[in-house]
Design a protein around this ligand. Structure first.
Ligand SMILES: NC(=O)c1ccc[n+]([C@@H]2O[C@H](COP(=O)([O-])OP(=O)(O)OC[C@H]3O[C@@H](n4cnc5c(N)ncnc54)[C@H](O)[C@@H]3O)[C@@H](O)[C@H]2O)c1
Ligand SMILES: [Zn+2]
Length: 357
């Protein structure tokens, strides 16, 4: 079974990627755990309640359902969940299980991080994005009215169970948005994964078992490796932000309504690829391969009406901004990255303008 270790100063645990991994759940519940609380959304729960219950193998548990959606990813929701836990007899020995997309795993992780100053959490991500990104790494949190993910905590899970079978029911648009993040992993750290996007994109789009499992496992491996080297995003973890500098600006400029996160990252990756080429890091043929690979995953809503000047102004406000200068993750080829700041504004402007056409 492909198992990837995460070893950070605060915790050591495994991310397991395997078809049917959900069925192993009971074996990962610590014998001394008290009440178990599964946090999920009604759609996921309706689809997978029976499989989840079977995976608990007769062990008693409670379900805490919340509506889902970015507007519900709020502290107030966490408080409601904590009250529900207490009402059902939770204490310091309780265990939380996040069972859903990235919104669920972020909120369930945050709930676990602060409930009675911290109880353990097991993450079972059910979207492609959450399987390759949100579910691994211990970043948890909620949105403020002023911005996304502005409150939160690092809280590493006991284990991450990643079951590609759960993706069969994922809507196509959500799936493609996740694929863009998988492609990102290939570009930053795995030429082999990148090659799958160049040579067999249709097999990924059809969700064929073998290439999909490889793509998820490779992305999870990379995330585990990077998080192990840099738990709190001081150095190496920043390479995971490839495509995110401009991607975040596009999400903010469209009020988080037009694009799914992965779609905005796809446009942001195009900008990063253009900058990499314009600054002499990335040869034209490799840049063309990368741009073709992005387009092969699927179309994203048009960005041609967005103002390049507004997007560039937003770049300066990105929370990843350090010491006043905008950082870009650039590439010189699959598996090769570099974090660069202080780029000439004209280069950024030209790259953004080309990317959103
Ligand atoms: N913690 C991190 O490191 C990290 C990293 C990346 C993203 N995130 C967060 O993740 C969130 C986005 O996650 P997301 O894209 O998974 O969105 P999401 O959680 O909203 O899930 C997308 C939709 O798919 C539904 N769904 C989930 N699993 C399904 C399944 N198997 N079948 C059918 N439908 C299913 C969900 O109910 C939801 O409607 C954002 O809030 C983002 O901030 C966190
Ligand atoms: Zn992302």
């Amino acid at each position: 079974m492909p198992t990837f270790p995460v070893r950070t100063p605060s915790a050591s645990y495994d991310a397991i990627v395997e078809r049917g991994a959900l069925a192993q759940l009971k074996a990962h519940i610590p014998p001394r755990a008290g009440r178990v609380f599964a946090v999920s959304t009604p759609d996921v729960w309706q689809l997978y309640r029976e499989r989840f219950t079977a995976a608990m193998g007769g062990r008693e548990f409670d379900v805490i359902e919340f509506a889902g959606g970015e507007e519900r990813k709020r502290m107030s929701e966490v408080e409601v969940m904590a009250e529900a836990m207490l009402a059902r007899g939770a204490d310091r020995s309780s265990l939380v299980i996040g069972f859903g997309g990235g919104i669920t795993t972020d909120l369930a992780g945050f709930l676990a991080a602060i409930f009675m100053r911290g109880v353990p959490v097991i993450q079972i991500p059910t979207t492609l994005l959450a399987q390759v990104d949100a579910g691994v790494g211990g970043k948890t949190g909620a949105n403020l009215v002023s911005g996304k993910n502005l409150i939160g905590a690092f809280h590493q899970p006991l284990v991450v169970l990643t079951d590609p079978d759960l993706l069969a029911t994922l809507p196509a648009r959500e799936y493609v948005a996740g694929l863009f993040e998988v492609l990102k992993s290939g570009i930053i750290r795995s030429p082999e994964l990148f090659r799958v996007f160049v040579e067999r994109p249709a097999s990924l789009l059809r969700r064929e078992a073998a290439p999909l499992e490889f793509a998820i496992a490779e992305s999870v491996r990379i995330k585990c490796e990077v998080v192990s080297a840099d738990e709190k995003e001081g150095g190496l973890r920043r390479i995971l932000n490839f495509g995110h500098t401009v991607g975040h600006a596009i999400e903010a400029e469209t009020a988080y309504k037009r694009y799914l996160h992965g779609e905005a990252v796809a446009l942001g990756m195009k900008a990063a690829i253009h900058i990499s080429h314009l600054t002499g890091r990335l040869p034209a043929d490799l840049a063309a391969d990368m741009l073709t690979a992005i387009d092969a995953c699927g179309a994203v809503p048009s960005a041609a009406d967005l103002s390049v000047a507004n997007l560039c102004a937003r770049l300066a406000q990105d929370k990843k901004t350090l010491q006043g200068s905008v950082h870009f993750v650039l590439t010189s080829g699959p598996g090769e990255t570099e974090v660069v700041s202080g780029l000439p504004l004209e280069v950024v402007r030209e790259a953004v303008a080309t990317a959103i056409q």
